[in-house]
Ligand binder design. Structure first.
Ligand SMILES: Nc1ncnc2c1ncn2[C@@H]1O[C@H](COP(=O)(O)OP(=O)(O)OP(=O)(O)O)[C@@H](O)[C@H]1O
Ligand SMILES: [Mg+2]
Length: 298
């Protein structure tokens, strides 16, 4: 698990960020950035680099390794603090709050500006990164920086998709993105998986979900990871989140993913509310969504 770095932000100084972003730049070329190159990458004097390195090592933002040379690399904590700092600097975020969800591929926290928002740090590549660290041989280079690249790409992708769909589809409103982090509107509600619906509500909620799936399709996307864990329910309806893996509707497997998403929804409701789920054919629903003719379940 990656530590929450927000509480460290007040004690950091501009030069700490120069050093961290210097290392970040150096990591485009190799995972372990040579100490001698840090003044150039960071714009700091060698003395300043030394002092800043110590501060950043102590806080777990960077790691040091001496192989053929003395090298430094960013940790997720260092990458988090860079993203957080950038978002604070441009006034996207003013306060940091409690965790909203800790998944295997992300950490989500409540943050605030003039209203409550959610900050999602993408962690794609994190597991791999750990395994690589355990077993790799120290001379290999290219793959290692991939955790940073993978997480950033996932965030960029999710942000772009949210922008493409909001407000036509019920998704969290996208606010800002930096590196592997996205900021979006905080959605109030309860995960579908933890909701106990009245029998009379079941068909309505299924219908709402199909409408959102249809809306997303119309906007050009298939979610491709639709489940009771990626849907929030509240009085106003449903909100679907977690979009980095979504595929465009012209993707060669889009129809298959769409069918699977519909099947997941139907399967979940059949298991949880066996008495009340209406008769419906997954294939027919998926086909009507793809044709743009889905309207309601009757
Ligand atoms: N905008 C938001 N508002 C409120 N809570 C959110 C928001 N975004 C995410 N969350 C909470 O954080 C949890 C994790 O978010 P999300 O589903 O996007 O990523 P993930 O579950 O880590 O990804 P994966 O499903 O691939 O593991 C959600 O289940 C939800 O509880
Ligand atoms: Mg999720």
């Amino acid at each position: 698990m990656v530590r929450n770095v927000a509480s460290l932000l007040p004690e950091l100084e501009d030069q700490d960020f120069y050093l961290l972003s210097g290392i970040e730049q150096g990591m485009r070329f190799s995972e372990w950035v040579q100490r001698e190159k840090l003044p150039k990458f960071s714009g700091l004097t060698p003395e300043e680099v030394e002092y800043r390195l110590e501060r950043c090592l102590k806080r777990g933002f960077v790691e040091k390794k001496t192989i053929q040379y003395e090298g430094y690399t960013l940790q997720f904590e260092g990458y988090d603090v860079l993203a957080l700092h950038a978002l604070v600097e441009r006034d996207t975020i003013s306060e940091f709050g409690a965790p909203l969800g800790v998944g295997k591929e992300s950490d989500v926290y409540e943050v605030r500006s003039y209203k409550p928002l959610a900050l999602k740090y993408h962690r794609e590549g994190y597991t791999n990164f750990r395994e690589i660290h355990k077993e790799r041989d120290y001379t290999a280079d290219r793959d290692h920086v991939s955790w940073m690249y993978t997480a950033r790409k996932a965030a960029e992708r999710e942000y772009e998709i949210l922008e493409g769909m909001y407000p036509d589809v019920s998704v969290p409103r996208p606010i800002d993105q930096n590196r592997h982090a996205i900021v979006m509107e905080k959605v109030d509600g309860v995960e579908l998986s933890r909701t106990k619906l009245e029998e009379s509500q079941v068909t309505g909620v299924i219908e709402l979900l199909f409408s959102e799936i249809a809306g997303a399709y119309e906007a050009g996307y298939v979610h491709a990871d639709m489940s009771e864990y990626n849907v929030f329910v509240n009085e106003e309806g449903v909100t679907v989140f977690d979009w980095p893996q979504a595929v465009p509707t012209d993707h060669e497997n889009a129809t298959e993913f769409l069918r699977r998403d519909v099947k997941n929804v139907v399967g979940y409701f059949r298991r949880k509310y066996p008495q009340v789920v209406p008769e419906l054919e997954v294939d027919d629903v998926a086909a009507s969504i793809a044709e743009g003719t889905f309207d309601s379940l009757d």
